[in-house]
Write a protein that binds this ligand. Structure first.
Ligand code: SF4
Length: 325
């Protein structure tokens, strides 16, 4: 792998922080996509006499901290890479968040975006981005403007979206003809497309391409509808509490269980750290699962569970439908 990292891991900032806190050991946590870039960082921290543990577990958001493991290891600090502090989180050990900004030059992508949007008759576009790319939105605003397009970024959020929080798009949806998401993959853009009734496009800095997400949105909506309809006929529900700190919602899970029971259904409470088809497949007596943690687990993975899996919002819709027959 080349020595030039495509992400800024802010190594010297981390070194200053661990030095000033006088810690002896740290845990480093990152999403799978960033793990290949951790070697130099970890060697640098080790070089000043600090023991470094790298978490091998998957990590999908700031909602998911390995602070419990950190406590067991006696680590005094967690270095969480790739996400911002999650709003509902209370850290058990001091945590330093490093966004891991992506360093690609976006000038070509901006020009491609302008051409793509003009080709679709878009005049005013709303801009959002995932954390690694949100710093590029200024270049997009300028570049699109110089190509005759109006570009809007929400002031309050700076255009930043998470998989479960797309306020940055919702707040400007009445002002624009379409939304352009800057980031890789479909995950964040899909969250936006599902929440706003506007054409949503992706400007992908990794593939250097601009694409439409409408087909995927329709597929996901159809699967969600299928899951809710199937769940209407379920007799036994598994209501899953997710143990990850930012996803933990025991009260809501217990509420759903009680509501289902008052409507004549059976429900068992399940608890999981990671929700996966493999883990749930042993519960052969369950007809449908309701996962009260990350709302994207069911939305993005419906087809691999083999049984209807609903999120907290879907459960509200289910309870409304069951109430009305
Ligand atoms: S709850 Fe889900 S979408 Fe939200 S930050 Fe966590 S993993 Fe991402």
């Amino acid at each position: 792998m080349s020595n030039v990292l495509p992400y800024d891991l802010e190594v010297e900032k981390i070194i200053d922080e661990v030095r000033s806190r006088g810690v002896k050991s740290v845990v480093v946590q990152a999403p799978d996509g960033l793990k290949p870039y951790l070697k130099d960082l970890c060697m640098r921290i080790s070089s000043i006499g600090i023991t470094v543990y790298i978490s091998t577990d998957p990590c999908y958001g700031g909602c998911d901290l390995v602070d419990e493991i950190g406590r067991k290891l006696g680590a005094e600090m967690l270095i969480h890479i790739g996400h911002k502090r999650f709003v509902k989180i209370k850290e058990d050990i001091p945590t330093l968040y490093i966004p891991a900004i992506h360093s690609a030059d976006v000038s070509k992508l901006v020009r491609m975006s302008a051409e793509f949007l003009r080709g679709r008759g878009i005049k005013r576009v709303g801009l959002v981005a995932s954390l690694q790319h949100v710093h590029t939105l200024g270049s997009f605003v300028e570049g699109l403007k110089s190509n005759g397009l109006e570009a809007v970024v929400d002031d309050a959020t700076g255009g930043l979206v998470l998989g479960c929080n797309v306020e940055a798009a919702k707040r400007i949806s009445g002002l624009v003809d379409a939304i352009l998401h800057v980031g890789g993959g479909d995950f964040h853009a899909l969250g936006v497309a599902l929440a706003v009734d506007l054409p949503t496009y992706i400007a992908d800095p990794y593939k250097e391409e601009v694409r439409d997400i409408e087909k995927l949105k329709r597929k996901i909506l159809a699967r969600r509808w299928w899951a809710i309809q199937k769940a209407r006929n379920a007799k036994v529900f598994g209501v899953v509490v997710v143990a990850k700190a930012g996803q933990f919602n025991k009260e809501y899970a217990l509420f759903i269980k009680r509501e289902l029971e008052t409507k004549g259904r059976e429900a068992v409470m399940l608890v999981a750290d990671d929700v996966s088809p493999e883990r749930l497949s042993s519960f052969t007596f369950v007809d449908s699962f309701i996962v009260t943690g990350c709302p994207r687990i069911s939305l993005d993975n419906q087809e691999i569970f083999g049984k209807p899996v609903l999120n907290g919002e879907d459960a509200k819709e289910l309870l409304r439908l069951v109430a009305h027959g």
